[in-house]
Design a protein around this ligand. Sequence first.
Ligand code: CAA
Length: 399
Amino acid sequence: MDFSLTAEHELIRESAYEFGQREVLPGLAERDRGHVSDRSLLEKMGAAGILGVAIPAAYGGSGTDYISLGLVCEELERADTSARVVMSVHSGLHSLTILQWGTEEQKMRWLPKLASGEKVGAFALTEPDAGSDAVNIKARARRDGDSYVLNGEKTWISLADYADQFLVVAVTDLEASSKAAGLSAFIVDRKLPGFSSRPIKGKLGVRAGNTGQLFFDNVSVPVECRLGEEGDGFRVAMSALDHGRYTVASGSVGIVTACLDACVKYCHERKVGGEEIGRKQLVQQMIANMAAGRDMGRLLYYKVGWMKNVGLRHTREVSLAKWQNCNFAFQAAHDAVEIHGAYGYTDEFPVERYFRNSRGAMIYEGTREIHTLMQAEYELGYRLDRPLKHMLPEFRLED
Ligand code: CAA
């Protein structure tokens, strides 16, 4: 068993950290305060090669492994959750799902442009009446010759106003043997007539990120844009979530690290009765818990990254990592506010932003209740992960 990161991993971690410092943090407090997202961040991420992480070089990516993707997510979220969310939807939920489910032709058609950032991808499963209960979505794709006619609505879609294309899940067969078997997945270009999007305002956190609704009004989607066979839609969506949850799990560790960065500094600066507050035992307890959350969180996501690298199904492990790491991040952010006292309650310090941002991740990509139930079902033998008909390709070092 080898827990060490390679020199390349360390370099990737360092570059992602520097990108966060240089490109994400300047002006962030104002953007977050004003609910303003910065579209130019996507171009910068593309130019820096970040959007091609974990995509094989044969498809225009960086040819790095899946642990590298986790490291990038951790370091980007250390700066701000909005930057990591880009990785979650573009790289995790969209690009890796095409890598897993696409035909060779589809991979060659979409992945190089996604990896370079020329195109941005996103994921559209959730609907106003179907969140956790994903199988009960209503969007309808009716086959019509060489196309599908797509109608319906999606909500809580990250990058709704910015992405060039969306992985959309819709009902294709109302008479299927089960609801899941009646779903199919499509890559839908936002330029298609009948598509529109609208931003969602008033979010508690991730205010520098774009989230919105999508509307499909008789959108004609060519049959060659279907990902997987008809009836594979639920499996495609769940595979996508295996990748998205990995990015959330790794990103959450970045929040813990950011809390530690802020709190260690503050503990040395702030004095009570002439003594640094870091000397107070109850403060030390919170710092110790943060350090434990960071290190346990890394172990959980490194293991998932390794499972992805060697081509093992990891639905159970990624659900555990996502669930626990979001808890670690929320607890760390809560304690970080506590350590900063009244200052932590204002936006003079970044910890209130970490607190607001960490709350969202306990809801998206599977609520903590869903992950609790999944873990119990695995343990009780009610849920079992079998090999899939399309596995994510294992990592191979390329020339
Ligand atoms: N990969 C591939 N296939 C999978 C899979 C996976 N990870 N998990 C399940 N499947 C397949 C199963 O093999 C099964 O196929 P077969 O019939 O061939 O065996 C089929 O899918 C049904 O699987 P389950 O019986 O496990 O499905 P379920 O009904 O028990 O699932 C659930 C229930 C786990 C709660 C699931 O509905 C779920 O995860 N819900 C949460 C959805 C979610 O996370 N939504 C967030 C959306 S993204 C977002 O937040 C917004 C954004 O923009 C980022």
